[in-house]
Design a protein around this ligand. Sequence first.
Ligand code: PGA
Length: 240
Amino acid sequence: MKVTVLKTAEEIGVAVAKIFTDEVKANPDCILGLATGASPIPTYNNIIKTHKEEGISFKGVKTYNLDEYCDLPKADKNSYYTFMHEQLFNGLDILEENVHFLDGNATDTDAECRRYDNEINEAGGIDIQLLGIGNNAHIGFNEPADSFTDGSFKVKLTDSTIEANKIYFDENPMPHYALTMGVNQIMSAKKIVLIATGPKKAEAVRNMIKGEVTPQVPASILQNHNDVEIFLDEAAASLL
Ligand code: PGA
């Protein structure tokens, strides 16, 4: 694991955006795995900035998002579909048919998960996967569990995750279920970049990097990947 500690979330955003835009320059047909939440927002702002300033086209790029809430309309302001369009896709020339999500409203969620995994594998697999980390060390919505998960699946969110994310839900209650890529699917990305900022992440970050590899700390599996870059601010790095 390559760990970089920077002063601010904005500096992290600049550094991580460069990794992604360099990939798009080198490989205009690349496949990107994307994440939602507060952590990637400065990265997305800086990807849009570089796209505009340097004219890098995203027309050949395909994206696959990590997860999506269940039982929330696709157009809801809190869906991850809406988040990604507002925070990134609307600022790029990416093609709508090239952005992919798990369908949290699918009636047959097992079939939906198999469809998603097959599509990623048939596209050639993810070149770079962006991750945040939960206060409980989840990646995607892979919550602490007795075993590492494999492909995409429907998950019941833990109280810790509901507590952290419910601040975004003012009108409708926050869904308690989501579809998420599984741990092994995430680990099959060729490169993984994880961002963590703020003191609430410090314990999860320490356990991810310094603790044993255990499904009780889902992010600890990243110790077994040969190309992981972790970007932290000083607060998130404070227990290392
Ligand atoms: P955050 O969420 O970026 O909003 O802190 C990260 C996560 O839960 O994976």
